[in-house]
Design a protein around this ligand. Structure first.
Ligand code: FAD
Length: 368
């Protein structure tokens, strides 16, 4: 036991939210333990070495909100820039909009001036699956047809996940919409923004908002497991907590290669996907969103990998079954030691930052 009411493991969006809420609304003393040398979790951004240009060290973060409560909550700690989230895919030397929209369908099917109706008819004639999809391949073949699947999804999914879309839940490829309009933006969310001073500044302000919150970095809690007198919230990987006793949960990772380019712009939008034979999946030029002015730019190329930090839980049957067995251990641990598991890693669930903050507020409200 520590002298703190609450110990929070992890200083990412989930940990920062639980700590801020508990200190402000309950007057609890909170210790946040973070094993990296910084807070903000995977949202961490900083100036790229040798430049004053922000980059996202663990992959680009496009913040969007489904509901205004979470947006208003985070808005207490930051001003906003409008999110300029435009993604294209490079196909045969041309850039096509992603998610798929009417222009994508025209460019890949060699058509012009498609309407919603004519595009639907075209895809209908190309569908490669009918019925209820049991995996991501069937899902896309049944919604977008064979040509779009082969061009945009097949290799991209193999690179990203190290397996065919046939071995992934329908929700993996289903997360990105297929549109029959000309909306060029990456998401349909009603609110799309970027914190004006960056994510690190935002989560740092949350953690500094109360003198009741102490933060230690460079400490792996698993090496020195102290508990709060009221609760402990663990936002690290669920299988780490149990020393992978039941076997490791499958995670997918990324390797990032960043480069400073001596040119104002490298590509026409923040993200270009590469669904072809290249070993990488995407190139990101975050300056399109941070809107910094500079004659130089930072471009980050992503190489998916099985090794490295745990980024994406692999959404497939065998990992769901293993996760369920860990959930049983987690429930026992909750009863025995008052440990609550939260966040993207603790729940083994891919969630966006707004969802992490929203569920952290719910989790914090349940603590007593
Ligand atoms: C490549 C990538 C791209 C993404 N893009 C987007 C996007 O565009 N938009 C969006 O909204 N979301 C995006 N996300 C999701 C977003 O990163 C998460 O929703 C968010 O970071 C979840 O917050 P969290 O606090 O639960 O987890 P994390 O941010 O992972 O934070 C957990 C923290 O716990 C720490 N920790 C773990 N174990 C221990 C331990 N034993 N002791 C001490 N500390 C520990 C970790 O170091 C980490 O800092 C992306 C995620 C990834 C991986």
């Amino acid at each position: 036991m520590s002298q703190y009411d609450l110990v929070v493991v992890g200083g990412g969006p989930t940990g920062a939210t639980v700590a801020e809420f508990s200190a402000r609304t309950r007057g609890w003393s909170v210790l946040v333990v973070e094993r990296r040398n910084h807070v903000a979790g995977n949202c961490y951004d900083e100036s790229y070495p040798g430049t004053d240009l922000l980059w996202h060290r663990y992959g680009p973060h496009y913040l969007r909100f489904k509901n205004t409560e979470t947006f208003d909550y985070l808005g207490r700690f930051t001003e906003w820039l409008p999110g300029n989230y435009v993604v294209k895919a490079q196909v045969d030397g041309r850039l096509v909009p992603m998610p798929i929209n009417l222009e994508t369908i025209e460019l890949i099917h060699g058509e012009v001036a498609l309407t919603q109706e004519s595009a639907r008819r075209l895809l209908e004639a190309d569908l490669g699956f009918h019925g209820e999809a049991a995996n991501s391949e069937e899902y896309i073949l049944g919604k977008a047809g064979r040509r779009l699947y082969d061009t945009l999804y097949d290799q991209y999914t193999r690179k990203q996940w190290g397996r065919s879309a046939r071995f992934l839940d329908p929700s993996v490829c289903g997360r990105v919409p297929i549109r029959f309009d000309r909306n060029p933006y990456y998401t349909d969310a009603p609110i799309q923004v970027m914190p004006r001073d960056g994510y690190t500044a935002l989560f740092d302000r949350m953690l500094r908002s109360s003198p009741l919150i102490d933060v230690v970095t460079d400490v792996d809690w698993l090496h020195e497991p102290v508990h709060g007198t009221r609760a402990t919230v663990f936002t690290g990987p669920l299988d780490d907590y149990f020393q992978a006793r039941l076997g490791p949960l499958p995670w997918r990772s990324l390797r990032f290669e960043a480069e400073v380019k001596e040119q104002e712009w490298f590509q026409p939008c923040v993200q270009v996907n590469y669904p072809g034979a290249e070993p990488y999946t995407r190139k990101v030029e975050i300056k399109h969103v941070t809107r910094q002015k500079s004659a130089r730019t930072v471009v980050v190329t992503e190489f998916p990998s099985d090794v490295g930090d745990p980024y994406y839980p692999v959404p497939a049957r065998e990992s769901r079954e293993l996760h369920q067995r860990y959930v049983e251990l987690a429930d026992e641990e909750g009863e025995k030691r008052g440990v609550v598991f939260g966040g993207r890693l603790g729940n083994y669930r891919y969630i966006n930052t707004d969802e992490a903050v929203e569920s952290a507020l719910e989790l914090a409200a349940r603590l007593s």
